[in-house]
Design a protein around this ligand. Structure first.
Ligand code: ATP
Length: 258
């Protein structure tokens, strides 16, 4: 089994005349946490959308776990083992913690009419099995939260909602987890807690790789084994946080120093 889980080769995406990504090469190893950073509009979210099959690339290739997944549908990419959270929360606030996590499990649920109407015992077994899996995931973050699986998500504070979003991504048992600005909207204390959560998730789910888009440099510094810096759709630097933070091109493009 190759040590490299994900690879971009010369990846590019155009939106009309806008070149959102241009000749982007990147590798993610198994078990690694990568920070994807860059100024607003530099192509970070576009690269997540290319990885997850939301967009097809205009050029280049995406390889994942030994297979070429370039241009594959979002559902097939999800089944292959890539799951994500979004910049803006996609939780359904009136629904319970359990229901929200099950939305992330749709591809594994048997939802056929025949199954649901006439195989009631099997359906019950399936729901019970998935409840146990969802509860175990939530308990990994907080036993207290796991005791409230049928509370509406709208009643939870921001840190707990972010945890549910991560559980919703993890229920599909991904090999690669994409986190889009996990610290957005959180207090300093909540961000510190969220960083502990992410490191604990990586340890619990041995071998899980994570890519984080984040504007909060303290988060990138603490969590990431490697960083990749984009500017105007091109990779301008990569390496450890110490390496990219000392790179004059990064300082000028992103950190606002000349
Ligand atoms: N669907 C789209 N249609 C047209 N242009 C787009 C589309 N999506 C992104 N872009 C453009 O592509 C470029 C890269 O956008 P992208 O959202 O990937 O940047 P980003 O680094 O994620 O920015 P931010 O940090 O603000 O989220 C920007 O110029 C953006 O306006």
């Amino acid at each position: 089994m190759s040590e490299v889980l994900l690879e971009f080769k010369n990846l590019g995406k155009n939106f009309g005349g806008v070149r959102a990504l241009d000749g982007f090469d990147m590798q993610v190893k198994r078990g690694e946490i990568i920070g994807l950073i860059g100024p607003n509009g530099s192509g970070k979210t576009t690269s997540f959308n290319l990885m997850t099959g939301i967009y097809a690339p205009s050029q280049g290739e995406v390889h994942f776990d030994g297979a070429d997944i370039t241009g594959m549908s979002a559902r097939k990419v999800y089944e292959a083992g890539i799951a994500r959270t979004f910049q803006r929360s996609r939780l359904c606030l009136p629904l319970s913690i359990f229901d929200n996590i099950m939305i992330g499990n749709h591809a594994r649920l048997n939802t056929g009419l025949w199954f649901n109407l006439f195989q009631r015992r099997a359906l019950r077994g399936q729901v019970e099995e998935f409840y146990t899996q969802a509860r175990d995931l939530v308990a990994g973050f907080s036993e207290d939260l796991a005791g409230r699986m049928f509370d509406p998500v709208g009643s939870l504070p921001m840190i707990e909602r972010r945890r549910i979003e991560i559980c919703r991504a993890l229920i599909s048992k991904p090999k690669l987890l994409l986190l889009d600005e996990p610290s957005a909207g959180m207090t300093h204390d909540e961000t510190a807690q969220m960083m502990d959560d992410i490191l604990a998730v990586r340890d619990r789910m041995g071998g899980l790789s994570i890519i984080i888009i984040e504007h909060e440099m303290g988060v990138i510094e603490r969590l990431c084994d490697q960083c990749v810096v984009l500017s105007y759709g091109r990779k301008i630097s990569e390496g450890s946080y110490a390496h990219i933070a000392a790179d004059p091109e990064v300082q000028s493009a992103y950190l606002g120093m000349d």
